[in-house]
Write a protein that binds this ligand. Structure first.
Ligand SMILES: [Zn+2]
Length: 298
């Protein structure tokens, strides 16, 4: 799979939908595709994850600071759920481990942890946290015989060009009875739906931002939990639980919005104002991030 991820490759559009096998057809933008069967969304963006350290489109320090509050809370909730689904001391793999926050937290809860991370810029940070992280892509960075009790993709799965291959590799690398956890943005979510309406009205800024269009590792897919359940079923994984997660917390929001260096200030202010104004409503609407948990038959 590594050659599909190398710098500046483009995901292949026009394929069968990985969830329902119908056609992914062009839809509304020259980079966007929508499944004619289930509505799953796919973007045909180039992926440019830095293989070597350097590059500065995204201010990682600012982004990390801004994401901290939401991230810590969501990681705790993910791991609480995984503790109830996996045996004590379970071997946990975090794919796209980033700076190792989830792994460090999981290790503290008694999981035996390991990570994979393609971005050379954050590997050192993970290793400094004392968690083992291999440099590379899933599943190529693994040995064929590697087996795990838990595999986690925490805001990662939607960045992978070939998710059919990724699902098959998950099924292969899980022990019998093992658990796959996919925390992904939700295309039924409140902010995504609002951004879709704005985009139809010609105000594409929020929609582009939710897709992370123009960033080094944009979203290539926008799933609903039912899409993931359907795709997981094709490799024999059974949907077991779902967990709604927060995507917005007012604390840290400004840093998050401002982490893209060339973002116009007025647009940032509009996004911040909208998020704050709609915060009470958004909390009651479908969540913009949902973690889905799947089980490999034991
Ligand atoms: Zn489909």
């Amino acid at each position: 799979m590594a050659d599909q991820h190398d710098s500046k490759t483009v995901a292949n559009p026009g394929r069968a939908c990985p969830a329902c096998a119908r056609t992914l057809a062009p839809w509304r933008h020259d980079w966007l595709f929508r499944c004619q069967g289930c509505g799953l969304l796919h973007a045909d963006f180039a992926v440019e994850i830095p293989d070597v350290a350097g590059g500065d489109l995204v201010d990682e320090t600012r982004r990390e600071a801004g994401l901290e509050a939401v991230r810590d809370r969501n990681n705790a909730r993910l791991l609480d759920t995984l503790k109830t689904l996996a045996r004590p001391g379970a071997r946990l793999l975090d794919v796209g481990a980033g700076p190792g926050f989830l792994l460090q937290h999981a290790a503290g809860l008694g999981f035996s942890v390991e990570g994979i991370e393609p971005d050379a810029n954050v590997i050192a940070a993970a290793r400094a946290r004392g968690v083992p992280v291999r440099h590379g892509y899933f599943p190529d960075a693994l040995d064929d015989a590697d087996r795990f009790d838990v595999i986690v993709f925490n805001d990662v799965f939607e960045h992978i060009p070939d998710i059919t291959t990724a699902f098959a590799a998950c099924a292969r690398h899980l022990n019998p009875g093992g658990v796959l956890c996919l925390n992904c943005p939700n295309r039924d979510g409140f902010f995504f739906k609002v951004a879709e309406v704005l985009d139809r009205l010609g105000l594409g800024g929020a929609y582009d931002r939710l897709w992370q269009r123009g960033l080094p590792s944009p979203h290539l897919w926008y799933f609903a939990p039912r899409d993931l359940a359907r795709a997981a079923a094709t490799v024999g994984l059974t949907a077991e639980r779902r967990l709604d997660l927060d995507t917005v917390q007012i604390k840290g929001l400004w840093s998050r919005i401002r982490c893209v260096r060339d973002e116009p200030l007025l647009r940032s202010m509009a996004a911040y104002g909208f998020a704050v104004a709609t915060y009470p409503v958004a909390r009651l609407a479908p969540a913009d991030a949902v973690a889905s948990f799947f089980r490999k038959p034991g």
